[in-house]
Design a protein around this ligand. Sequence first.
Ligand code: ADP
Ligand code: ADP
Ligand code: MG
Length: 696
Amino acid sequence: MINKVLIANRGEIACRVAATCRRLGIATVAVYSDADAGSKHVAACDEAIHIGPAPAAESYLLGEKILSAARATGARAIHPGYGFLSENAAFAQACFDAGLIFIGPPASAISAMGSKAAAKSMMAEAGVPLVPGYHGDDQSPALLQSEADAIGYPVLLKASAGGGGKGMRVVERSADFAAALASCQREARASFGDDRVLIEKYLIRPRHIEIQVFADTHEQAVYLFERDCSVQRRHQKVLEEAPAPGLSDARRREMGEAAVAAARAVGYVGAGTVEFIVADGAFYFMEMNTRLQVEHPVTEMITGLDLVEWQLRVADGERLPLSQNALRLNGHAIEARIYAENPARGFLPSTGRLSYLRTPAAVEFSIAGVTSGNDSGSVDSIASRTTRIDSGVREGDVISPFYDPMIAKLIVHGHDRDAALAAMRSALNAFEVVGLSTNIAFLQRLVASEPFATADLDTGLIERHHATLFPGAPATPALAVAIAVAALLNQETSAAGSITTPWLDLGGWRLNAPYQREFPFSIMPEGNSEPLTSPATLIRKGSLQTLQIQGHALPFSYRSESADAQAFTVSLGDTQTRARAFIAEEIVHVFLHGNEYRFEWRDLLAHASDTEHSEGSLTAPMPGKVVAVFAHKGQQVEKGAPLIVIEAMKMEHTIVAPIAGVVEEVLFGVGDQVTDGAQLLRFVDPETSVEGKRAH
Ligand code: ADP
Ligand code: ADP
Ligand code: MG
């Protein structure tokens, strides 16, 4: 019997695994890097072992350190979560050799599926349908080109060792193939240390539908239905749901059986996911992920099963708890990944402290139909039954540049898709974050958008509906301005205590003139574009108080709630509303009817240059590591020429020349860590001979 598990991961998945262990009475050991010493996952486990500095390569990716932590604590088994060492065959083998249980498939199954090309050959033998393409060993550019020409454009080049949407290039025409191949190989070498590629027909308007499989050590294997993960940006999942809208029972069975055949072909054990791409009524194998998937909660919600519990039982040598015929699909579940990122700036990851965090009423790690304790009869219990949050952070925690920028997963369940959609909409409206950019407003628009609401799904949905999903800055309602004024006045009142200050009561001061106070707010639109200045004026005359916004003066009053310092009831004209506002430094964040409005209350324009990180900037847009340097000293470059590539939070950012000019000096080399805003190179504009103005 496994009685102690070391969780070789961090963040939400480490917390999620710990929750099931706790429920089953299994002791847990966390491992943590310097950056995570005070983190939620450490608090979630019974013991914790420090394994090194913040960079994953010096901590979470060090198999040796993790094995010694297991030895030191007497853990019998290691759960790798997802990412990090979860698909590392050598690590699975090292666990086995050390007499520990790796909670995952045998090393042999991991290696079999580790190369997309080799996996495809094996799947062809097992009779699993493949996307037309080339996945052979011969990697000579001439042969690859002729294979691509034969397949017909557009084609998709993929790093055979790839993952996480990296190392993929769509090639539209034969003439572009050679350049795309070189750049794909370069990225594959840099990211995976392996530049082999495969080619696939690039399917138009496909859907991504994957099957959750489970196998035990007694030759039993089942599928736990499908997840539709078609809503993606840059080939990475944004929303996932189960069941897949419109999938017939017959097709579900066909795909499920193909996935089980794929798993059996590699001697699979434990939880795995077989990813299919679906187009024109046919489905094709893409790859198998040999681990627990980020989006496994949607499967838990529709099956009422705890997949981590199944993993632990299988790892312990038990039989699968249920046979295929006993598995039932109930209702509909949707997951949204809440990321620290800025959708308006190309989904650039964002870092910072979560200075304020309010989440919808939810139960952590509840599984519809399994977890008890949801029927407390409280006002929130209806929401609790359908909403789950898997999160690895708390208010006050930091999203650092070292790891994935996911803040939380929001999962909802309803009796059908419409019910789940409604639950998702209200849950997103109640998710409030201050301290860094998030994709919450983007997710709200996405979930409400016509194509998603009507399940017109395919992997190009976000790009095709760009105009709807990235609207210009929304108009700021006068009510939001009034709430910001209320929050500022309330802060002053609390700061002043019971002492009456001139700010608060100036009624009698200027005997004849009414008291007036200007609030010169700058409204900060989403995406940090140019601030808009919109002053509000508070006017007090006797006991009457009005607020003048954009030329209209309306009676104004507010009340703060004693129990919750951030909640206000504000009345403006005929409208009365409850809202929340949080003041962080010089910004008032107003959360009203599911929208966030930000007001800076000093002159933002004077500081505009501090926050400028536009494309073409010669400073690092975020902390990260330099992965490529194309520029050299004295080089003359065209406007837009790539100069340096920085990698942070699983993404690459290319810094390009803002204007045509000469590189005066490159200040960093490959492998260097750079801080946010660090000057990367010195650049001169030959016209003026003045150093590139953006470099500060
Ligand atoms: P044997 O090595 O005696 O054939 P198995 O068939 O159980 O034993 O395992 C074959 C290989 O699968 C092992 O060498 C190891 O790579 C891997 N393996 C099996 N089970 C585990 C496990 N629980 N944890 C880690 N590795 C495992
Ligand atoms: P990764 O290992 O990065 O997850 P996948 O092979 O699973 O790579 O592909 C990731 C995504 O890329 C898919 O979900 C799909 O959106 C897209 N994709 C993959 N193969 C094709 C294809 N042949 N045609 C069109 N889109 C594809
Ligand atoms: Mg994939």
